[in-house]
Design a protein around this ligand. Structure first.
Ligand code: PD2
Ligand code: ZN
Length: 296
């Protein structure tokens, strides 16, 4: 059973600040493995009120309106403008035709098949297997990379264009995301064993946190992510979007794209996402994060 440690405290305060409802936060924590009572207690504590006070405040604030109406009342709500990814059911990405399986407007999310061939997935796994290191997470206060329990995976980075094969992957992904190859971080490979998971988080650097400045100094904010699945996961290991009530199953060569920064530089909180625990077998993914400007 998870515990409310520093990373969860941070998650709680960020979500309170951005106007999340208590129920959606409790749901996310329960989905992440907390007992309902523990989740409820932590969320109430984060709001600084007792359950009874919260119910009465919410009722007064909305005149008894619905949850949907309350969510819409949040100031500066994210404005969805057009994502750069091409339209259509088949996208020619550099050297390969990629199939579109699903598109979602809020959050902006696209599920693809055939981004990589089985051979390419196998090659990336074999190149990475012996170089894996325990994954880190950005400490919001210091901006440094810390190993924490919320991300039980191991990973490696490939520098952009490090050799001809990696350059081919970078160019295909850049073409698919329709964002300059120079704005991409290096490719990251992650491996999760059975029970490995990645708790819900944002891929963007929260602007209100001191450590984010270290990361955005070069290339600016992250704007979009592509997660490519390098193997079929026997059970579990979906990429989950708890605020959107959506999950994407890991299927070899497939991928999920999501965009969280619009042309006005707003950030979309609906892109909260995580890697569900792997229930059987293991899971390999490759992630590309795109920045606002040239990176590296
Ligand atoms: O492994 C995943 O599904 C996952 C989930 C959330 C990966 C990432 N985030 C990531 O690489 O940012
Ligand atoms: Zn992520």
């Amino acid at each position: 059973m998870p515990v409310v440690d520093a990373a969860w405290e941070q998650w709680l305060s960020t979500n309170v600040d951005r106007g999340c409802s208590m129920e959606s936060m409790i749901d996310s924590m329960v989905q992440a493995g907390f007992a309902t009572d523990a989740a409820r207690a932590a969320v109430h504590r984060a709001f600084g009120t007792t359950p009874a006070e919260v119910a009465s405040l919410a009722h007064r604030a909305t005149g008894g309106a619905t949850e949907a109406a309350r969510t819409q009342a949040v100031p500066h709500a994210y404005q969805y403008d057009e994502a750069p990814v091409a339209s259509g059911n088949l996208i020619h990405a550099y050297d390969r035709d990629v199939r579109v399986l699903m598109r979602c407007e809020r959050p902006q999310l696209i599920v693809f098949a055939d981004v990589l061939s089985a051979d390419e997935c196998g090659e990336l796994i074999e190149r990475s297997r012996h170089r894996l290191k325990r994954s880190t997470i950005v400490n919001p206060e210091t901006g440094k990379e810390d190993v924490i329990r919320h991300r039980s995976s191991e990973g490696i980075w490939f520098q952009r264009g490090e050799d001809a094969f990696i350059e081919q992957m970078d160019r295909r992904i850049s073409s698919l995301m329709n964002w300059p190859v120079e704005n991409g971080e290096g490719l990251q490979i992650l491996h999760y064993g059975t029970s490995g998971e990645y708790r819900p988080h944002f891929d963007y650097f929260p602007p209100d946190q001191a450590g984010s400045a270290v990361h955005t100094a070069q290339g600016g904010q992250r704007v979009a992510t592509l997660i490519v699945y390098l193997n079929d996961v026997a059970d579990g290991g979906e990429t989950i979007f708890p605020e959107a009530g959506m999950s994407v199953a890991a299927r070899q060569g497939g991928a999920v794209y999501f965009r969280y920064m619009n042309g006005q530089r707003q950030l979309d909180p609906l892109t909260l996402h995580g890697g569900a625990p792997v229930l059987r077998g293991d899971k390999w993914i490759m992630t590309k994060w795109m920045r606002e400007r040239v990176y590296g």
